[in-house]
Write a protein that binds this ligand. Sequence first.
Ligand code: 9UX
Length: 72
Amino acid sequence: DPSTLDLEVEGMTCASCVRRVETALAKVPGVSQASVNLATRRAHVTLAAEGADPEALVAAIEKRGYQAHVLR
Ligand code: 9UX
C-alpha cells in the first residue's frame, strides 16, 4: 500500500515514549496519522496524498533520542 509506511523503532520503554514518537511522526509534512506499538516496536504511518519523505520520518524519531529504520 503506497499510502502507508512502517518503521521499526528501537529504544522505547514506556507509553510516554510511544506518545512522543507518535507526536513526532504526526508533525512531519505529509503524515496524516501515526500509531506506534510498543510491544512490536513498529510505527505504522498513514501518508497524505502528497506523501512524506521516509528519511524525514526517521530523522524525526532520532531527534527524540530513539533509533528507527524504514521497513520494506
Ligand atoms: Mo518513561 Mo519512555 O520515563 O522514555 S518516557 S521510559
